[in-house]
Design a protein. Structure first.
Length: 167
C-alpha cells in the first residue's frame, strides 16, 4: 500500500512538472544580470504608477528549479491574464544568494528562507506584502492554482467610481 501511495505521489508531482513545462520553457533565462535589478525596479515602478498596477518583485536565480516552476506558473494561461492586468513583474537575480541582498532586505524578504521569494509593492512603491517564511520555496510541489490565489489576493483594489457611495 505504501508503494502505491508513493507511486501516486510521484506521478502527481511528475504531472505537475509536466504542466509547468507545457506553459513556459524551464530552460530559459528568467533573471537578468544582478546589476540590472535597481534599474529594472525603477522602470517597473514608473510603469506601475502610470498604469495603476502593483509591482511584483520576484527574487530568485536561474539555477533555481522552483523559480523556474514559478515563472512557468506565472505564464500559465490561467494566471497570465491576471498577472498582466494587475502587476508589473520584476525578476531580481540574487546570484547564488550573494547579490541584491540590499533590495531583499529593503522589502523585508528573508532570502535565508529560500527562493523564489516575492514582494508586492503598490503603484507608489510602498510595500504591501513580503514573503516571510519561504512560502513558494517548494514551488515544484505546488499547483498553478496557488499562484492564482496569491495574484488574486494581492492585486490592487478596483478603482473608486463616483457612483460608489464609499471607497
Amino acid at each position: 500500500m505504501r508503494k502505491l501511495m508513493m507511486a501516486v505521489l510521484a506521478a502527481t508531482m511528475l504531472l505537475a512538472g509536466c504542466k509547468a513545462k507545457e506553459t513556459a520553457p524551464l530552460s530559459r533565462t528568467i533573471y537578468p544580470e544582478p546589476t540590472q535589478a535597481k534599474a529594472d525596479l525603477a522602470k517597473a515602478l514608473a510603469s506601475a504608477a502610470a498604469s495603476h498596477k502593483r509591482v511584483l518583485v520576484d527574487f530568485g536565480g536561474n539555477w533555481c528549479s522552483d523559480c523556474k516552476v514559478l515563472d512557468a506558473y506565472f505564464h500559465d494561461p490561467a494566471n497570465k491574464a491576471l498577472l498582466e492586468a494587475n502587476y508589473v513583474l520584476v525578476d531580481v537575480n540574487v546570484g547564488h544568494m550573494d547579490a541584491n541582498l540590499d533590495l531583499a532586505a529593503q522589502y523585508g524578504v528573508p532570502l535565508n528562507k529560500g527562493v523564489p521569494a516575492l514582494a508586492v509593492l503598490d503603484e507608489h512603491g510602498q510595500l504591501v506584502y513580503s514573503q516571510k517564511g519561504g512560502e513558494f520555496e517548494s514551488m515544484r510541489s505546488m499547483q498553478p492554482e496557488a499562484v492564482k490565489a496569491f495574484l488574486t489576493e494581492w492585486k490592487p483594489a478596483a478603482p473608486c467610481s463616483t457612483a460608489m457611495v464609499s471607497c
